[in-house]
Design a protein around this ligand. Sequence first.
Ligand code: DC
Length: 718
Amino acid sequence: MYDIPALDLPPLTAASGTVRLPGSKSISNRVLLLAGLAEGETVLLDLLDSDDTRVMLAALQALGCGVEQHEAGEAAGHAECRITGLGGRLAVHEADLFLGNAGTAMRPLAATLAVLAATQGGRFTLAGVPRMHERPIGDLVEALRPLGCRISELGRPGFPPLRVEGTAGGSLPGLAKPVRVRGDVSSQFLTALLLALPLVAGEHDLVVEVEGELISKPYVEITLNLLARFGIGVQREGFERFTIVRGARYTSPGRLHVEGDASSASYFVAAGAIAATGGAPVHIAGVGAGSIQGDIAFVDAARAMGAEVKTGPGWIEAHRGRWPLAGITLDANAIPDAAMTLAVMALYADGPTLLTGIASWRVKETDRIAAMAAELRKLGAEVAAGDDFIEVRPPARWLPASIRTYDDHRMAMCFSLAAFNGLAAGQPCGVPLRIEDPRCVGKTFPGYFEALFGLASADEAEVPVIAIDGPTASGKGTLAAAVARALGYHLLDSGLLYRAAGLAAAADGLSPDDEVAVARLAATLDLRFEHAEAGQGGTAHDTAADAVPDAARGNPGEPTRVWLRGREITAELRHESTGLLASRVSALPAVRQALHGLQLSFRRAPGLVADGRDMGTVVFPGAALKVFLTANAAQRAERRHKQLISKGIQASIADLRADLEARDARDRNRAVSPLKPAEDAFLLDNSDLTIEESVAQVLGWWQARCPFAEAQAHTPTP
Ligand code: DC
């Protein structure tokens, strides 16, 4: 995940390839609650792992449910979450639950605990982040109180935090009459009742009646569908009257597979419609035809705008069709979340787009009507907005913009599509885009940007490079990794490639001076990297098996483990003897040439930090920022000594100093790509600087040349 204050996107020029979607948020939080209420164990496959599901899981644990999680691995293809449910009986009678900003946790848990406390006794508080306390829940409270539930609003009336309580052996006399709930603010109130009331279904049918026109109907259909999977029959008359049949009892389906998130699919359908212009489409795996999620209907809206979209069971494929896209007029009441994606697609249309029926945007993670209007205008669009509509006219000319995301995952995801602006009709070249606080995507799709960069390409020349060169043990590796982390950029440790080439040569019994043989081997290095925290927090594997590897695809930062020809070399890479081998093979021109293409392939969106000896002089001579790091030999020998001692390796400082001076001399005096500062490099002597001071200096130089220097200063840090 991009855990940084702001992410700068270079102009993106194309999209193709496959993306695997995380599980649906709506399905995940509903089935978690259902599994938690049912008797016995339920195994949930490919459940979403995100902020919103984590708060639900933590709540279930606090209530005494069993929770066991297994990541998807090579042995098991699917991630598994095993929930042992309460069988409808409270195991814990007092708890304070923190539910973040997850409406899909707050509303159903409030209803569930209200009826359980009223009948079995208990006292529970439900709270969230400040924005959660601005999101209405009054209609649900008003529906539950007449039943006999005791609910206190601990802050503002009609909003969380709430306390629900009751005494053992209590009853809900109000259930004899239909339960009435308003449906025109959020469909989650009805969903909450439908999920909770089967707990107290006895001899009689329970009736829920909706007042006002129900919005977001497809989400209620998801609820009914999943209730059926857990053995609860609900009869409905239109969307006005729902009857929970008497004797209803949650029964675990045993195993349940969670579909990929259809709202998350919308960003990739849009990417395909805008930027899949070659032969290959954007292929989206995890959701498709037959989905139970209403947002799958986004596909029809995208088609109406001109996208070419195919669907099959569990997949969607999108390709550019009409270009520019066509503006549309659409009542988006049924697809409120995915409709935000349409509003950004509208920037690429040749006419205005009018979306109506979106009043619910006002009570979501942020006031989405206001937020969308403000940020679309920054890009140059003309926007009209009212209580329940937004109209977008595409920019005559796109403007570079720093997009505020309002702690709203969908703002960050849908606005990332504006990075394709260089493809818009009449736009002479792409303008840069900044997404502020990109980590907010963690609410539903922690690996979103990695997935986007895995599919999207940028013109190489547009992908910024920061080159950090310097002698051995100058601390450039540590500095480069820290700078890459701070900017969310990819990292190229070019020394690692020479070290790996040296190890491969040694393994084959080659002399490190056999230029032809070592070069042949370097050209086809079979390297594999593992990065921590790819996608949703698991690990990812990249290969660099040939001259066009995707070593850096969608995985910024340092690799945590490295394999050469299937053998792990993580520890061996750092040995002094490996460094010496590398110094010898790197003096051979043919070896340097053989590794050239591999190094260039690390230059991928959103940017690259490359460290070595010749990053700024030979490999990336056009780098946007070049830093030449130095430190006196005594300091460097001492640092190397500390490093070795910390790993339990004994060494003498004098020997280390002699070694590194010899290595410097060889790196400096060799005929090809000698170690020297580029003419336009900033010199940084870090002999007396801490690593933090060096990082701050480099980031300072970088900021000074960034188009959003101003906006960066205003980005709030958490
Ligand atoms: O940075 P390092 O210590 O991992 O590099 C190992 C050797 O590889 C170093 O002695 C010189 C060589 N090297 C090089 O010649 N060019 C680079 N860009 C990086 C490393």
